[in-house]
Design a protein around this ligand. Sequence first.
Ligand code: ADE
Ligand code: ZN
Ligand code: ZN
Length: 236
Amino acid sequence: WGQKGHRATAAIATNYLSGKAKKAIKEILEDETLVTVSTYADEIKSYKEYRKYSSWHYVNIEPRLSYADADKNEYGDLVMAIRTCEDVLTSDTSSREEKAFHLKLLVHFIGDLHQPLHLGHAADKGGNDFQVRWFKDGTNLHSVWDTKMIEGYGMSYSELSTNFGKVTKKEFKMFTSGDLLSWVSEGQKLADEVYSSAEIGEELGYRYSADYMSLVTQQLQKGGLRLAAVLNEIFD
Ligand code: ADE
Ligand code: ZN
Ligand code: ZN
């Protein structure tokens, strides 16, 4: 996602943290919040010493393969990244600085896990090479899903989080059930749906954004709720 998607995800998560998780997160992040750190993993992309994290934002799984059977990116992928962050955060030998760095990344990566095209095909770089038009402008399908539709809805991240982030206890349990690999295979199926939603060179606009609004907002909601569940599990 772009900034707004990550901030909305983090804002939703904040409302479902346990008291213990809130306290632990405050001790690690000090003056920052889940919302302010949610875009950190993108901000460091331009520094060459952080370039080794660039493949951590996505996982390319060939159609009909499961993560376990797929070829792995030698530089790491989204699944490995999330596991690494969880390991650092649960280890009692990690320093506060190491925990802060990996918590910032984890908040971002659980968000990216819910953008279907971050689980897309290697051949077109998760839709980055799938050219389309957004109204009259040339862009690609990945960018439509990261930012164009969300910006077009005309809501702030906090409006997105209040409009789509409220669920009952029962719904919270339902949406956060399953493990990391079940969330990956769910996202892979959504990626198939997104790939079949457009043709190369097609002009997308109001109609497309309206058709996929409920999927976009559902994914922001699931990302937020699951981020809270992951953090509650780590810190409780
Ligand atoms: N961003 C850059 N490369 C990507 C890929 N292969 N899949 C998804 N997102 C990406
Ligand atoms: Zn993206
Ligand atoms: Zn990212």
